[in-house]
Ligand binder design. Sequence first.
Ligand SMILES: [Zn+2]
Length: 88
Amino acid sequence: MSSTYKVVMEPGFNRNANGNNSDNYQAIISYKRNEIKLDPELPNVIENLFHELTHMVCHHLSIEMEEKDVERFGEGLKHLLIENELLK
Ligand SMILES: [Zn+2]
């Protein structure tokens, strides 16, 4: 796996004029553009980053994982790296 991804912080990228998230995602990954887009104004931006990183690894290693498992794995990665202060 040797792809470089760009992480783009774009406030409100998926919210409409009322501030609502219309299609129920808070971050997005593009395998075509090698890009992860996050909304830095959301309180769970770190969780969203680890979630999208999990999708990225699954995509590149052809691992099939259901969304609920991506959620749990991303949370576990965050816990491992951040809460154990391995990544600051
Ligand atoms: Zn997802």
